[in-house]
Design a protein around this ligand. Structure first.
Ligand SMILES: NC(=O)C1=CN([C@@H]2O[C@H](COP(=O)(O)OP(=O)(O)OC[C@H]3O[C@@H](n4cnc5c(N)ncnc54)[C@H](O)[C@@H]3O)[C@@H](O)[C@H]2O)C=CC1
Ligand SMILES: O=C(OP(=O)(O)O)[C@H](O)COP(=O)(O)O
Length: 334
Protein backbone atom coordinates (compact mmCIF):
# COMPACT_ATOMS: atom_id res chain seq x y z
CA UNK A 1 0.00 0.00 0.00
CA UNK A 2 1.29 3.43 -0.94
CA UNK A 3 0.71 6.43 1.35
CA UNK A 4 -1.46 8.95 -0.48
CA UNK A 5 0.03 12.42 -0.11
CA UNK A 6 -1.40 15.88 -0.89
CA UNK A 7 0.46 19.18 -0.80
CA UNK A 8 -1.32 22.33 0.39
CA UNK A 9 0.76 25.34 -0.71
CA UNK A 10 2.76 24.80 -3.90
CA UNK A 11 5.53 27.35 -3.41
CA UNK A 12 9.27 27.08 -2.74
CA UNK A 13 8.98 24.19 -0.30
CA UNK A 14 5.71 22.66 -1.54
CA UNK A 15 6.85 22.11 -5.13
CA UNK A 16 10.09 20.49 -3.98
CA UNK A 17 8.30 18.21 -1.54
CA UNK A 18 5.81 17.27 -4.28
CA UNK A 19 8.72 16.31 -6.53
CA UNK A 20 10.40 14.32 -3.73
CA UNK A 21 7.16 12.48 -2.89
CA UNK A 22 6.73 11.57 -6.56
CA UNK A 23 10.16 9.87 -6.41
CA UNK A 24 9.17 7.49 -3.55
CA UNK A 25 7.96 3.97 -4.37
CA UNK A 26 5.94 3.81 -1.14
CA UNK A 27 4.09 7.12 -1.67
CA UNK A 28 1.67 8.49 -4.23
CA UNK A 29 1.31 12.20 -4.98
CA UNK A 30 -2.46 12.77 -5.25
CA UNK A 31 -2.47 16.50 -5.90
CA UNK A 32 -1.40 20.00 -4.96
CA UNK A 33 -3.29 23.20 -4.22
CA UNK A 34 -2.86 26.57 -5.88
CA UNK A 35 -4.47 29.91 -5.11
CA UNK A 36 -4.25 31.09 -8.72
CA UNK A 37 -3.64 29.71 -12.23
CA UNK A 38 -0.10 31.06 -12.60
CA UNK A 39 2.77 29.41 -14.50
CA UNK A 40 3.40 27.01 -11.59
CA UNK A 41 -0.17 25.74 -11.84
CA UNK A 42 0.16 25.19 -15.60
CA UNK A 43 3.55 23.45 -15.21
CA UNK A 44 2.17 21.18 -12.47
CA UNK A 45 -0.78 20.22 -14.63
CA UNK A 46 1.43 19.63 -17.67
CA UNK A 47 3.62 17.30 -15.66
CA UNK A 48 0.56 15.28 -14.65
CA UNK A 49 -0.01 16.59 -11.13
CA UNK A 50 -3.70 17.21 -10.35
CA UNK A 51 -4.19 20.86 -9.30
CA UNK A 52 -6.84 21.75 -6.71
CA UNK A 53 -8.02 25.25 -5.75
CA UNK A 54 -6.68 26.12 -2.29
CA UNK A 55 -10.24 26.97 -1.25
CA UNK A 56 -13.61 27.73 -2.81
CA UNK A 57 -12.92 31.46 -2.66
CA UNK A 58 -10.16 31.01 -5.26
CA UNK A 59 -12.34 29.10 -7.77
CA UNK A 60 -13.40 32.22 -9.76
CA UNK A 61 -9.73 32.90 -10.63
CA UNK A 62 -9.42 29.46 -12.20
CA UNK A 63 -12.82 29.73 -13.92
CA UNK A 64 -11.85 33.11 -15.41
CA UNK A 65 -8.73 31.56 -16.94
CA UNK A 66 -10.68 28.44 -18.05
CA UNK A 67 -8.24 26.38 -15.96
CA UNK A 68 -10.09 23.24 -14.92
CA UNK A 69 -9.15 22.24 -11.37
CA UNK A 70 -9.54 18.76 -9.91
CA UNK A 71 -11.56 20.21 -7.02
CA UNK A 72 -10.87 22.27 -3.93
CA UNK A 73 -8.69 21.62 -0.89
CA UNK A 74 -11.59 19.86 0.84
CA UNK A 75 -11.86 17.42 -2.09
CA UNK A 76 -8.12 16.78 -1.94
CA UNK A 77 -8.32 16.12 1.80
CA UNK A 78 -10.88 13.39 1.13
CA UNK A 79 -8.46 11.63 -1.24
CA UNK A 80 -5.30 11.60 0.88
CA UNK A 81 -3.86 9.87 3.94
CA UNK A 82 -1.61 12.83 4.79
CA UNK A 83 -1.39 16.48 3.80
CA UNK A 84 1.90 18.34 3.70
CA UNK A 85 1.09 21.93 4.64
CA UNK A 86 3.61 24.21 2.93
CA UNK A 87 1.54 27.39 3.07
CA UNK A 88 3.15 30.65 4.26
CA UNK A 89 4.28 30.70 7.91
CA UNK A 90 1.43 30.78 10.43
CA UNK A 91 -1.20 29.62 7.96
CA UNK A 92 -0.66 25.96 8.78
CA UNK A 93 -1.96 26.43 12.32
CA UNK A 94 -5.16 27.92 10.89
CA UNK A 95 -5.51 25.06 8.39
CA UNK A 96 -5.10 22.41 11.08
CA UNK A 97 -8.83 22.42 11.91
CA UNK A 98 -9.57 21.38 8.31
CA UNK A 99 -7.15 18.47 8.55
CA UNK A 100 -8.59 17.37 11.89
CA UNK A 101 -12.10 17.52 10.44
CA UNK A 102 -10.99 15.37 7.49
CA UNK A 103 -9.42 12.89 9.91
CA UNK A 104 -6.04 12.86 8.19
CA UNK A 105 -2.46 13.27 9.32
CA UNK A 106 -0.54 16.47 8.57
CA UNK A 107 3.06 17.59 8.21
CA UNK A 108 3.73 21.25 8.99
CA UNK A 109 6.77 23.43 8.18
CA UNK A 110 9.15 25.53 10.22
CA UNK A 111 7.21 28.75 9.81
CA UNK A 112 4.68 27.31 12.29
CA UNK A 113 5.09 27.39 16.06
CA UNK A 114 6.16 24.10 17.66
CA UNK A 115 2.75 23.81 19.37
CA UNK A 116 1.06 23.10 16.01
CA UNK A 117 2.37 19.52 16.09
CA UNK A 118 3.12 16.68 18.49
CA UNK A 119 6.77 16.54 17.42
CA UNK A 120 9.34 18.91 15.88
CA UNK A 121 11.34 16.78 13.48
CA UNK A 122 14.79 16.28 11.98
CA UNK A 123 15.07 12.69 10.75
CA UNK A 124 18.60 11.86 11.87
CA UNK A 125 18.04 13.43 15.30
CA UNK A 126 14.62 12.18 16.40
CA UNK A 127 12.91 10.01 13.77
CA UNK A 128 11.58 7.64 16.43
CA UNK A 129 9.65 10.42 18.19
CA UNK A 130 7.45 10.83 15.11
CA UNK A 131 6.50 7.14 14.85
CA UNK A 132 2.73 6.83 14.60
CA UNK A 133 2.09 10.53 15.25
CA UNK A 134 -0.69 12.47 13.51
CA UNK A 135 0.92 15.93 13.43
CA UNK A 136 4.62 16.54 12.83
CA UNK A 137 6.45 19.82 12.23
CA UNK A 138 9.54 19.70 10.03
CA UNK A 139 11.63 22.48 11.58
CA UNK A 140 12.92 25.44 9.57
CA UNK A 141 15.85 25.34 7.18
CA UNK A 142 18.24 26.98 9.64
CA UNK A 143 17.08 24.81 12.53
CA UNK A 144 17.46 21.71 10.36
CA UNK A 145 20.99 22.77 9.41
CA UNK A 146 22.04 23.42 13.00
CA UNK A 147 20.42 20.23 14.25
CA UNK A 148 22.10 18.03 11.62
CA UNK A 149 25.64 18.97 12.65
CA UNK A 150 25.01 19.57 16.36
CA UNK A 151 23.19 16.27 16.90
CA UNK A 152 26.25 14.50 15.46
CA UNK A 153 28.41 16.21 18.09
CA UNK A 154 25.86 16.16 20.91
CA UNK A 155 27.89 14.13 23.41
CA UNK A 156 30.74 16.71 23.24
CA UNK A 157 28.61 19.82 23.60
CA UNK A 158 28.53 21.93 26.75
CA UNK A 159 27.26 25.16 25.13
CA UNK A 160 26.71 26.32 21.55
CA UNK A 161 26.89 29.94 20.36
CA UNK A 162 25.92 30.36 16.72
CA UNK A 163 25.55 33.38 14.44
CA UNK A 164 23.11 32.94 11.56
CA UNK A 165 23.74 34.95 8.39
CA UNK A 166 20.39 34.64 6.67
CA UNK A 167 19.57 35.11 3.01
CA UNK A 168 17.21 38.03 2.44
CA UNK A 169 14.81 36.26 0.06
CA UNK A 170 14.49 33.16 -2.07
CA UNK A 171 15.61 33.54 -5.72
CA UNK A 172 12.03 33.67 -7.05
CA UNK A 173 11.02 36.49 -4.69
CA UNK A 174 11.19 39.99 -6.15
CA UNK A 175 9.43 41.71 -3.25
CA UNK A 176 11.61 41.14 -0.18
CA UNK A 177 14.83 42.80 0.87
CA UNK A 178 17.08 44.29 2.00
CA UNK A 179 18.97 44.78 -1.26
CA UNK A 180 21.68 47.01 0.17
CA UNK A 181 21.80 46.71 3.94
CA UNK A 182 22.61 44.30 6.74
CA UNK A 183 19.63 43.82 9.01
CA UNK A 184 20.31 42.48 12.52
CA UNK A 185 17.71 40.54 14.48
CA UNK A 186 17.89 42.64 17.62
CA UNK A 187 16.03 40.11 19.76
CA UNK A 188 18.64 37.92 21.45
CA UNK A 189 18.57 34.98 21.22
CA UNK A 190 17.11 34.76 17.73
CA UNK A 191 14.36 32.14 17.38
CA UNK A 192 16.80 29.55 16.02
CA UNK A 193 18.40 28.44 19.32
CA UNK A 194 15.10 27.77 21.10
CA UNK A 195 13.88 26.06 17.94
CA UNK A 196 16.83 23.63 17.95
CA UNK A 197 15.84 22.80 21.54
CA UNK A 198 12.45 21.60 20.30
CA UNK A 199 14.37 18.75 18.63
CA UNK A 200 17.48 18.07 20.76
CA UNK A 201 18.16 19.02 24.39
CA UNK A 202 21.33 21.13 24.16
CA UNK A 203 22.47 24.48 25.54
CA UNK A 204 22.45 26.95 22.66
CA UNK A 205 22.23 30.71 22.06
CA UNK A 206 21.91 32.22 18.58
CA UNK A 207 22.08 35.68 17.00
CA UNK A 208 21.00 36.46 13.44
CA UNK A 209 21.50 38.91 10.58
CA UNK A 210 19.78 39.16 7.20
CA UNK A 211 22.07 40.00 4.27
CA UNK A 212 21.41 40.81 0.59
CA UNK A 213 21.76 37.36 -1.02
CA UNK A 214 19.28 34.75 -2.20
CA UNK A 215 21.50 31.67 -2.50
CA UNK A 216 22.02 30.21 0.98
CA UNK A 217 22.22 30.90 4.71
CA UNK A 218 25.62 30.67 6.46
CA UNK A 219 26.17 29.74 10.12
CA UNK A 220 29.20 30.56 12.24
CA UNK A 221 29.18 27.94 15.01
CA UNK A 222 31.20 28.10 18.25
CA UNK A 223 30.96 25.25 20.75
CA UNK A 224 32.25 25.01 24.32
CA UNK A 225 33.17 21.38 24.74
CA UNK A 226 32.41 19.25 27.77
CA UNK A 227 34.90 16.59 26.72
CA UNK A 228 37.90 16.81 24.41
CA UNK A 229 37.69 16.16 20.69
CA UNK A 230 40.33 16.82 18.04
CA UNK A 231 39.86 18.55 14.69
CA UNK A 232 40.50 15.22 12.96
CA UNK A 233 37.80 13.55 15.05
CA UNK A 234 35.29 16.26 14.14
CA UNK A 235 36.12 15.78 10.46
CA UNK A 236 35.56 12.05 10.88
CA UNK A 237 32.25 12.64 12.67
CA UNK A 238 31.00 14.85 9.83
CA UNK A 239 32.31 12.43 7.19
CA UNK A 240 30.11 9.80 8.83
CA UNK A 241 27.05 12.02 9.25
CA UNK A 242 24.29 11.69 6.69
CA UNK A 243 23.15 14.85 4.89
CA UNK A 244 26.31 16.71 5.91
CA UNK A 245 29.09 17.25 3.36
CA UNK A 246 32.57 18.70 3.78
CA UNK A 247 33.71 21.25 1.18
CA UNK A 248 37.21 22.69 0.81
CA UNK A 249 38.11 26.26 -0.06
CA UNK A 250 41.27 24.72 -1.50
CA UNK A 251 39.10 23.00 -4.13
CA UNK A 252 37.39 26.22 -5.16
CA UNK A 253 34.50 26.39 -2.71
CA UNK A 254 35.18 29.98 -1.71
CA UNK A 255 31.60 31.01 -1.05
CA UNK A 256 27.97 30.01 -1.32
CA UNK A 257 28.19 30.79 -5.07
CA UNK A 258 30.40 27.77 -5.74
CA UNK A 259 28.27 25.52 -3.52
CA UNK A 260 25.23 26.32 -5.65
CA UNK A 261 27.29 25.85 -8.82
CA UNK A 262 28.24 22.40 -7.48
CA UNK A 263 24.53 21.54 -7.16
CA UNK A 264 24.01 22.83 -10.70
CA UNK A 265 26.93 20.74 -11.95
CA UNK A 266 25.32 17.68 -10.37
CA UNK A 267 22.20 18.53 -12.44
CA UNK A 268 20.23 18.61 -9.24
CA UNK A 269 16.59 19.62 -9.71
CA UNK A 270 16.27 23.40 -8.93
CA UNK A 271 20.00 23.24 -7.96
CA UNK A 272 18.88 21.72 -4.68
CA UNK A 273 21.66 21.13 -2.17
CA UNK A 274 19.85 18.92 0.32
CA UNK A 275 23.04 18.39 2.32
CA UNK A 276 24.45 20.86 4.88
CA UNK A 277 27.80 22.17 3.59
CA UNK A 278 30.58 22.47 6.18
CA UNK A 279 33.82 24.19 5.17
CA UNK A 280 36.52 21.69 6.13
CA UNK A 281 39.20 24.32 6.71
CA UNK A 282 36.92 26.17 9.15
CA UNK A 283 36.82 23.24 11.58
CA UNK A 284 39.15 24.34 14.39
CA UNK A 285 39.68 23.27 17.97
CA UNK A 286 41.25 25.79 20.39
CA UNK A 287 41.44 24.38 23.91
CA UNK A 288 37.90 23.46 24.93
CA UNK A 289 36.33 25.38 22.04
CA UNK A 290 35.31 24.05 18.62
CA UNK A 291 34.58 26.34 15.66
CA UNK A 292 33.14 25.65 12.22
CA UNK A 293 31.26 27.39 9.40
CA UNK A 294 28.40 25.80 7.45
CA UNK A 295 26.00 26.78 4.70
CA UNK A 296 22.34 25.82 4.30
CA UNK A 297 20.41 25.71 1.04
CA UNK A 298 17.19 27.08 2.47
CA UNK A 299 15.00 25.97 -0.43
CA UNK A 300 15.86 22.29 -0.16
CA UNK A 301 17.45 21.02 3.07
CA UNK A 302 14.04 20.37 4.65
CA UNK A 303 12.74 18.39 1.66
CA UNK A 304 14.12 14.94 2.66
CA UNK A 305 12.85 15.57 6.20
CA UNK A 306 9.30 15.94 4.89
CA UNK A 307 9.57 12.56 3.14
CA UNK A 308 11.02 10.84 6.22
CA UNK A 309 8.40 12.37 8.50
CA UNK A 310 5.66 10.72 6.42
CA UNK A 311 7.32 7.30 6.73
CA UNK A 312 7.63 7.76 10.48
CA UNK A 313 4.00 8.85 10.89
CA UNK A 314 2.77 5.77 9.01
CA UNK A 315 5.42 3.51 10.61
CA UNK A 316 6.30 2.06 7.22
CA UNK A 317 10.07 2.17 7.71
CA UNK A 318 12.55 2.42 10.53
CA UNK A 319 14.85 5.41 10.80
CA UNK A 320 17.80 4.29 8.67
CA UNK A 321 15.65 2.43 6.17
CA UNK A 322 13.75 5.67 5.53
CA UNK A 323 16.79 7.96 5.47
CA UNK A 324 18.62 5.66 3.05
CA UNK A 325 15.58 5.32 0.80
CA UNK A 326 15.03 9.07 0.68
CA UNK A 327 18.73 9.75 0.10
CA UNK A 328 18.90 7.29 -2.79
CA UNK A 329 15.74 8.61 -4.44
CA UNK A 330 16.97 12.22 -4.35
CA UNK A 331 20.61 11.55 -5.19
CA UNK A 332 21.76 12.74 -1.78
CA UNK A 333 25.47 12.02 -1.73
CA UNK A 334 25.61 10.39 1.70
N1 LIG B 1 11.71 29.26 1.73
C1 LIG B 1 12.46 28.81 2.69
O1 LIG B 1 13.65 29.13 2.76
C2 LIG B 1 11.91 27.91 3.72
C3 LIG B 1 10.61 27.96 4.14
N2 LIG B 1 10.18 27.15 5.15
C4 LIG B 1 8.83 27.20 5.63
O2 LIG B 1 7.98 26.54 4.68
C5 LIG B 1 6.70 27.15 4.67
C6 LIG B 1 6.39 27.60 3.25
O3 LIG B 1 7.38 28.53 2.87
P1 LIG B 1 7.75 28.81 1.35
O4 LIG B 1 7.57 27.60 0.53
O5 LIG B 1 9.04 29.51 1.35
O6 LIG B 1 6.62 29.86 0.99
P2 LIG B 1 6.16 30.29 -0.46
O7 LIG B 1 5.55 31.63 -0.31
O8 LIG B 1 7.22 30.07 -1.46
O9 LIG B 1 5.01 29.23 -0.76
C7 LIG B 1 3.79 29.24 -0.11
C8 LIG B 1 2.73 28.85 -1.12
O10 LIG B 1 1.47 28.82 -0.47
C9 LIG B 1 0.52 29.47 -1.30
N3 LIG B 1 -0.61 29.95 -0.50
C10 LIG B 1 -0.86 31.19 -0.03
N4 LIG B 1 -2.02 31.19 0.63
C11 LIG B 1 -2.51 29.95 0.57
C12 LIG B 1 -3.69 29.33 1.05
N5 LIG B 1 -4.63 30.01 1.72
N6 LIG B 1 -3.86 28.02 0.82
C13 LIG B 1 -2.94 27.30 0.14
N7 LIG B 1 -1.82 27.84 -0.35
C14 LIG B 1 -1.61 29.14 -0.13
C15 LIG B 1 1.30 30.58 -1.98
O11 LIG B 1 0.65 31.02 -3.14
C16 LIG B 1 2.61 29.86 -2.27
O12 LIG B 1 2.55 29.14 -3.47
C17 LIG B 1 6.75 28.28 5.71
O13 LIG B 1 6.32 27.74 6.94
C18 LIG B 1 8.24 28.60 5.78
O14 LIG B 1 8.62 29.16 7.00
C19 LIG B 1 11.01 26.22 5.70
C20 LIG B 1 12.30 26.09 5.29
C21 LIG B 1 12.86 26.98 4.31
O1 LIG C 1 12.86 28.81 7.74
C1 LIG C 1 13.60 29.65 7.27
O2 LIG C 1 14.41 30.44 7.98
P1 LIG C 1 14.56 30.51 9.58
O3 LIG C 1 15.17 29.20 10.00
O4 LIG C 1 15.52 31.63 9.76
O5 LIG C 1 13.22 30.74 10.21
C2 LIG C 1 13.50 29.92 5.83
O6 LIG C 1 14.71 30.36 5.27
C3 LIG C 1 12.41 30.91 5.62
O7 LIG C 1 12.82 32.07 6.24
P2 LIG C 1 12.03 33.42 6.04
O8 LIG C 1 11.02 33.48 7.16
O9 LIG C 1 13.09 34.46 6.17
O10 LIG C 1 11.40 33.37 4.67
Amino acid sequence: MKVKVGINGYGTIGKRVAYAVSKQDDMELIGVTKTKPDFEAYLARESGIPVYAASEEFLPRFEKASFEVAGTLNDLLEEVDVIVDATPGGMGAKNKALYEKAGIKAVFQGGEKAEVAQVSFVAQANYEKALGKDYVRVVSCNTTGLTRTLSALQEYIDYVYAVMIRRAADPNDSKRGPINAIKPTVEVPSHHGPDVQTVIPINIETMAFVVPTTLMHVHSVMIELKKPITREDVIEVFENTTRVLLFEKEKGFESTAQLIEFARDLHREWNNLYEIAVWKESISVKGNRLFYIQAVHQESDVVPENVDSIRAMFEIADKWESIKKTNKSLGILK
